[in-house]
Design a binder for this molecule. Sequence first.
Ligand code: KG4
Ligand code: ZN
Length: 343
Amino acid sequence: MTLLALETSCDETSAAVVRDGRVLSSVVSSQVRLHAEYGGVVPELAAREHLKNLLPVARAALGEAGVEPGQLDAVAATQGPGLPTALLVGFKAAQAVAFALRKPFLGIHHHEAHLYSPWIARGGGALAANFSDFQPNISLIVSGGHTLLVLVESELKHRVLGSTVDDAAGECFDKTGKLMGLAYPAGPEIDRLAEQGNPKAFDFPRPLLHDAGDDFSFSGLKTSVRYFLRDNPKLLDDAQRVRDLCASIQAAIVEVLVVKTMRAAKRNGMRCVTASGGVTCNRALRRDLESACKREGFTLRLAEESLCTDNAAMIGILAERKLAQNIPATDLDEEINPGWVLA
Ligand code: KG4
Ligand code: ZN
C-alpha cells in the first residue's frame, strides 16, 4: 500500500509517503522562527503558513518518494488534537485528495501516532516500522502541548494512565526559559546550556514526584523559578550561573518524568518503556531514561530525533497499519476534532 499523510496540527507543516511500513519520504517545514518573534505559536499565523507551505511540502514528499498522486492507495491526516485553524488545512486538503483519487481517507489521532513512533527505526538508511519487535510498554509523550503516560497493551490497544493537570513539560522548558530571557522555544537552548551547568546548584520542586498517581504538574516549578529570579535578579548576568540554573531546572523536569515513567512501568508489569514528542530530544532525559531502564533490565525505545517533533511519517505509518487491520475509513465530510482526548 502507498499512502500520503499530512500533519498540520501545530506549527509544523509536514507530508510523508509511506509504503508497506517504510517511510519513502518525510518532509517537515517548521514555522518555529516565525512564531519565535511572538514568544509562542500564533494560531492564525500558523494556519496561514500551513496554507502557503502545504502544497510545496506535499509535492516535495511525493517527488522524493518518486510517487505520482495516481499511485496512491490511501490518504491520511491528523484529525486532532491541535489548533483548529491549523488542523483544518491538512485535514481538509487530505480529504479533497482522497475525494479526487477515490481512495480511502483516514483521520488520525496525533497522540496515538506518537505512541507508535518509537517503533519506526532507521535500518539501512531508511526509516521503517518494526512492529515485529513490539512489546507491551509504557509510553511517555512529552511535547510543548502535552505530557502523557500511556499503557500500550498491544498494537492499537492503549489506555491513558496520566497527563498534566496544568503546563506540559515542554511548556515548562519554554516558559522558564522565557523568564531567563531565552528565545522561544527555549527547550533546546536550556538543553545546550545545561550540558555545562551543575544540576545540583539550585533546588527546585519536583511536583507530584511522590504522588501515587500518574498525573504531572509543572506550573509550580515555573512559579518557583519566577520567584527565584525575582529574588536573584543579578544571576542572569553571570553566564555560568545561567548554565547552572538551566541544568537545575532541567534536572527537576527530567527527574519527575523519569521516576514517574519507571514507576508506572513497574506497577503495570511492563518491561518496556518508549518515549516521543519534542522534549524527547532532550539529552538529559534520553540519558536518564537509558540508565533507569538499564538498571531495571527494561527495553527502552526512544523515537528517532527526526520523529520526536511533529511529523507526518508517524501519521502515515499508523494510518497504514489501521487500514491493513480493516479499521474503517473516515468519512470525507467528517470534521476535525481539536479537543480529541486520547482514551
Ligand atoms: O513535539 P513538538 O515539536 O511540538 C508540540 O508541542 O507538539 O515539541 C516542541 C517542544 C517545545 O516545548 C520545545 O521546547 C521542546 O519540545 N523541546 C525540547 C528540546 N527540543 C525540543 N525541550 C527540551 N530539550 C530539548 N532538547
Ligand atoms: Zn506532537
